[in-house]
Design a protein around this ligand. Structure first.
Ligand SMILES: Nc1ncnc2c1ncn2[C@@H]1O[C@H](COP(=O)(O)OP(=O)(O)OP(=O)(O)O)[C@@H](O)[C@H]1O
Ligand SMILES: [Mg+2]
Length: 442
């Protein structure tokens, strides 16, 4: 809608036909289907705006409250109050209006326009208005939009629709699309979370032919440099220490271009300084990285600090890597619980069991492990010390060491599922794809 970005400037003389339905009224359905969280998962966060919502019905208030708690609206300040357009008009009589006012109305047709005229009289010119109505009426929709109302939403609405609508008003539609942040975290130390993150990043770039950047947030101990046989002088440490300096040009200098499509943001891997950092520093650096590439693989350290929690909770997708033992089970369960309550509008995290089948080591069967948490394991990787060991020692990826290994096939299947797509068709019969496809269709 072309006038979506305009502020609310009503034409108080406007009226509808007697029946409220002019001849050209088409049976356009305004109500949008509830949006799947997958589709909104990559929406850019809404900026620091103030939003005041006036609701007639408790269900509408719940939808907005749910949106207020969502990670994509975390920077916005959202107030929900009961009462409709009338209450809003009285409320703002002596107050300046916020960036966005949402008003719910139980009225229909011309009556809505009359009520809005009162609100218009107290609205600052820069304030945008969303109206939530009860009827799917194309005429009123067109008239409201014509008068500068930014959006007309129809009940019943849910939190995801609220997030999408507010985001569509404040996130520049001409801005470059932003990349998807995929965070990998180990349920306990040493379970292989970094190895899997690096291999998944490599598969995205080299097999699925999509741009990816691996960001190593294990600042003192990260292994991204070692795993890709790189030892750059600069990396993520320089960006996190002075996030205000980071722009596209500096980012280009700090990233290692491993292949045409894969870049690395390596950790300093030094104990020369401490890394008790402000979550905002990570947020602003990751915001810039995700503007430069479709997929950002975040290699999280096994830590629970203000910044690591905030990075994890704000990622688009989360992969929890666990080994089949009791400590991993307890910690993975805790992760799933906190993620479920903090991210009610998101897809659940994915569980990957790694290092299954260590000789002579008793382990919790995958089925029991997953059932205890209440999820399904998206992938199960066998303990394969030879392939992992050679890859580690050589600074190579698993597929470069043994493209026919079971762990590679499993990781390729997992990566395709993660991205929601199949790998490209192989032209070379002996390529890794043929192996992968055989395994997938088996
Ligand atoms: N399936 C596997 N089979 C055999 N070895 C593995 C497997 N997965 C990972 N490893 C090895 O386990 C070691 C630890 O892996 P990695 O550093 O990726 O774990 P992590 O969870 O990131 O650890 P940290 O807690 O230190 O961040 C590495 O040497 C890696 O090669
Ligand atoms: Mg690690």
């Amino acid at each position: 809608m072309s006038n979506k970005t305009e502020s609310y400037q009503p034409d108080t003389n406007a009226t509808l036909g007697a029946d409220g339905h002019p001849d050209d009224a088409s049976p356009v359905k305004i109500t949008e289907q509830p949006t799947r969280s997958q589709q909104v998962s990559s929406l850019a966060p809404v900026p620091r705006i103030s939003i005041h919502v006036f609701c007639e019905n408790p269900e509408t208030a719940d939808a907005f409250q749910g949106a207020a708690d969502d990670r994509r609206l975390a920077k916005a300040h959202l107030t929900v109050q009961m009462g409709g357009i009338e209450t809003a008009s009285v409320h703002f009589q002596d107050l300046s209006t916020p960036n966005l006012i949402v008003v719910e109305t139980n009225e229909q047709g011309q009556k809505i326009l009359e009520e809005l005229a009162k609100l218009a009289a107290v609205c600052d010119p820069s304030t945008k208005v969303i109206v939530v109505g009860q009827t799917n009426d194309i005429t009123i929709y067109r008239e409201l939009i014509r008068q500068g109302v930014s959006e007309y939403m129809i009940n019943p609405i849910n939190s995801l629709q609220v997030i999408e609508t507010v985001s569509s008003l404040y996130v520049d539609p001409d801005a470059q699309p932003i990349g998807r942040n995929i965070a990998f975290v180990g349920a306990r130390g040493g379970v292989g979370s970094s190895s899997l993150a690096h291999n998944v990043g490599w598969i995205i770039a080299e097999r699925l032919k999509e741009g990816a950047t691996i960001v190593d947030l294990d600042l003192p101990f990260g292994t991204t440099g070692l795993d890709f046989n790189q030892d750059p002088a600069q990396g993520i440490g320089d960006a996190i220490m002075s996030p205000e300096r980071v722009d596209d040009v500096l980012l280009d200098r700090l990233l290692v271009k491993q292949t045409e499509r894969l870049s690395l943001f390596t950790s300093p891997s030094t104990l020369d300084r401490e890394f008790d950092l402000d979550p905002i520093a990570f947020e602003s650096v990751l915001d810039i990285v995700r503007k430069s590439v479709p997929y950002v693989i975040i290699d999280m350290p096994h830590l629970w600090t203000a910044w690591s929690k905030s990075v994890l909770l704000t990622a688009d997708d989360i992969v929890i890597v666990a080994s089949p033992d009791l400590a991993s089970l307890r910690n993975a369960k805790n992760y799933f619980e906190i993620l479920k309550s903090a991210r009610p509008n998101d897809n659940p995290a994915r569980l990957v069991i790694n290092q299954s089948g260590v000789p002579k080591r008793p382990e919790i069967p995958t089925k029991d492990f997953a059932e205890a948490i209440g999820v399904k394991a998206t992938a199960v990787l066998q303990f394969d010390p030879h392939t992992f060991g050679v890859a580690s020692n050589n600074g190579q990826m698993l597929a470069e060491v043994d493209e026919k290994s079971a762990v590679v096939a499993e990781l390729e299947a997992f990566t395709s599922e993660l991205l929601g797509r199949e790998p490209e068709k192989a032209t070379d019969k002996s390529s890794i794809f043929s192996v992968f496809k055989k395994k997938r269709s088996a």
